[in-house]
Design a protein around this ligand. Structure first.
Ligand SMILES: NC(=O)C1=CN([C@@H]2O[C@H](COP(=O)(O)OP(=O)(O)OC[C@H]3O[C@@H](n4cnc5c(N)ncnc54)[C@H](OP(=O)(O)O)[C@@H]3O)[C@@H](O)[C@H]2O)[C@@H](O)CC1
Ligand SMILES: [K+]
Length: 635
């Protein structure tokens, strides 16, 4: 039976927001290959169509383009060879640089038939019809020539390695990547994408940029940052995780029709529809208590503002009430702006602890002025969480968000109902207090590894902040649940942004108190949903389209023409390339908190199918909605 439009939409959303390990991808491919489905030819046709669109968008005539294919010896190279054969068949000038000792035979035959030319860089290469360099000197000369050729090309297709990569690139692929791209680390450039191809050749990566670690999402060595990555069949973790996802450019996912229903994704991405499902709709019989109450032990005699910012976000985050516990000066400041706040302890459905509370060290350095009781109260609440675990009643006390100054007060054992929200430096300190030896830069270089480790060591749900934020926690299985969200602009790295995030998470937890009691695995989703809303609020406040991550464009190989239309729609009027977007404006943390209700309203109304509300806002000339509608957030 043909799937209904709703089923198709749902299937595409799952495809775009779920990533599977290299092994799982192979298990998804296998039944198709067993049935004789020509996946490589379908992949290649899709690649050629995307290359065509990229060149056209950059103002070039595909039939006259100079294209260099960097082809490895595996099937990734095979994809590239067949695609290049298609492009050469349409008139493009194609040179293949063989980076290994052989090339995919069928792909090579097709390429040669279409008039492509091949050079080999490895003296040990045995490629029919192609002479290998005779010694190291000639090899090094050929390598330099290949680099020059690439620099002069209109388009480089990077098909050196895909899911078959082992470790960091080595040998000739590593040398080429270091010359043409990065030897290591992230490129030193602003977060927003410039129109592709402006500063050199366009780069199209086949399946993944060669050299990024497929399952861990790290950059273990040299790689070439891509303008566009065309990925086959399903998303891989490296296309969603930081830092590798930052170097993939715009992602295009070729829909082979894989059946993923039996697999739990390695990584999932929070998205508008799932977020909408987690926001509690107000009811006719609601009271301020039934909508959830957030308690905050944030801000301190030393740092007042964080108390206000976290309260402002919590109060704006779709709950009935907030209670603030803290020094009188901070309480007064909050009351001036949020007169609806209740001061002092009482029944709450979630706790937000530690934002703007000094660490032990900072408190000691401040002397008597730093003694405001906040740390004692936080320690008390956290110890109750630990006691609940000891008494096998993990849900007895409300769930907790522990940020900043709460992170050095954690008891030895926590459960998933406690969310820790460290930045990289705080994460390193947390790990080191549990016997690891790591610094903030190492955490940034391997965020998944260290977030999973922190989750194992503490038992808590871990949120690691970044342009792509990572959430790791319990999944009820032997594997952790890993979610990402990158729907926010880089403008969000600003003072107080983390305080707004902790308040937003607190609100998300309070409105879901009942469901959390029954199911602790919801904590990862709720935390990621709060980070998603925080990002969306940042986008609305900044008025820009730059985000840490964008959902892939889906390429349907049965309807290649649809893709050109999709790209045309996806681009802003002023956009000149597949990855062009506009940057928006700087924001302050308070503006993010203020944009939160609007972000929540937009997400919730869409979930109920009330697209009209958004359309109406657009007709009314509401720029924020215009932005929202133009983004590829929805399917
Ligand atoms: N099966 C199909 O029909 C379909 C396959 N598809 C495509 O196949 C891809 C997977 O192909 P694959 O399994 O052949 O592995 P692949 O990514 O080409 O890598 C192997 C090559 O990399 C090399 N290499 C490895 N590590 C390296 C290092 N550190 N440094 C340097 N080199 C290194 C390794 O060299 P070797 O170790 O042998 O010397 C070998 O030459 C997948 O990503 C997708 O694009 C899709 O189109 C769907 C249909
Ligand atoms: K590749």
């Amino acid at each position: 039976m043909k799937p209904s439009p709703d089923e198709r939409r749902e299937a595409r959303r799952t495809l775009a927001t779920s990533a599977y390990s290299a092994d799982m991808i192979r298990s998804l491919e296998q039944p198709f290959l067993d049935d004789g489905v020509p996946l490589m030819r379908i992949a290649a046709g899709s690649l050629a169509s995307v290359a065509d669109v990229m060149l056209t968008q950059a103002g070039m005539e595909p039939a006259e383009a100079r294209i260099v294919l960097l082809a490895g010896a595996g099937n990734n190279g095979g994809d590239g060879l067949y695609a290049s054969a298609d492009l050469a068949g349409h008139g493009a000038d194609v040179t293949v640089v063989a980076t290994g000792r052989s090339l995919h035979q069928g792909g090579l035959d097709a390429l040669l038939r279409a008039g492509g030319v091949v050079t080999a860089l490895d003296p040990q290469a045995a490629i029919p019809g192609c002479e290998a360099p005779t010694g190291p000197d000639q090899a090094s000369e050929e390598l330099d020539q290949a680099v020059d050729l690439c620099r002069q090309a209109d388009l480089i297709i990077d098909a050196m390695t895909g899911i078959g990569l082992k470790g960091a690139l080595r040998g000739i692929p590593a040398a080429l990547a270091a010359e043409l791209g990065m030897e290591s680390g992230l490129p030193d450039r602003p977060a927003w994408h410039y129109p592709a191809g402006q500063n050199g050749p366009l780069v199209l990566a086949v399946d993944t940029p060669s050299g990024v670690d497929i399952d861990e999402g790290t950059l273990p060595g040299a790689y070439i940052p891509a303008d566009v990555t065309v990925t086959m069949g399903a998303m891989k973790p490296c296309l969603m995780l930081p830092p590798s996802a930052y170097v993939c450019g715009r992602i295009v996912l070729v829909d082979f029709g894989f059946d993923t229903s039996a697999l739990v994704p390695s990584v999932s991405c929070m998205n508008a529809e799932d977020c909408a499902g987690l926001l509690r709709a107000p009811r006719v019989d609601d009271t301020k208590y039934s909508r959830g109450v957030v308690g905050l032990v944030t801000g301190s005699a030393l740092y007042h503002g964080a108390g206000l910012l976290s309260s402002r976000a919590a109060a704006s985050g779709n709950v009935g009430m907030i209670r603030y516990c803290g020094p009188e000066q901070v309480g007064n400041l909050i009351l001036q702006e949020l007169p609806e706040t209740v001061l002092g302890r009482g029944r709450v459905e979630s706790w937000v602890l530690g934002s703007g509370v000094p660490t032990r060290q900072a408190q000691e350095a401040a002397g008597p002025e730093g003694q405001d009781g906040q740390r004692d109260l936080i320690a008390d609440i956290l110890n109750r969480q630990a006691a609940d675990l000891d008494e096998d009643d993990a849900a007895a006390d409300p769930p907790v968000v522990a940020d900043a100054g709460a992170l050095d007060l954690l008891p030895d054992r926590l459960g998933p109902r406690t969310v820790l929200t460290p930045h990289a430096g705080e994460m390193a300190a947390l790990l080191n207090s549990h016997g690891e030896n790591v610094d903030g830069d190492q955490v940034m270089a391997e965020p998944l590894r260290w977030a999973v480790r922190a989750c194992q060591l503490t038992g808590a749900t871990i949120l690691l902040k970044g342009a792509i934020t990572l959430v790791v926690g319990e999944d009820g299985t032997d594997r952790p649940r890993v979610m990402t969200t990158g729907f926010g602009p880089a403008w969000l790295s600003t003072a107080g942004s983390g305080d707004v995030l902790s308040g937003t998470i607190g609100a998300m937890l309070a409105q879901n108190a009942g469901p959390i009691q029954d199911d602790a695995t919801l904590m990862v989703d709720l935390t990621a949903a709060a980070a998603f809303l925080h990002g969306l609020a940042g986008s609305l406040a900044s008025g820009g389209r730059q985000t840490g991550w964008e959902q892939p464009l889906i390429f349907d190989p049965r309807k290649p023409q649809d893709f050109a239309d999709l790209v045309a729609e996806d681009n802003q009027p002023e956009g000149q390339g597949v990855v062009a977007g506009h940057m928006g404006q700087p924001i302050r943390a308070g503006q993010v908190a203020d944009a939160l209700p609007r972000a929540i309203g937009l997400v919730m109304s869409r979930a109920e199918g009330a697209a009209e509300q958004i359309d109406q806002s657009i007709q009314d000339g509401d720029d924020a909605s215009q932005f929202f509608e133009n983004s590829s957030l929805w399917f």
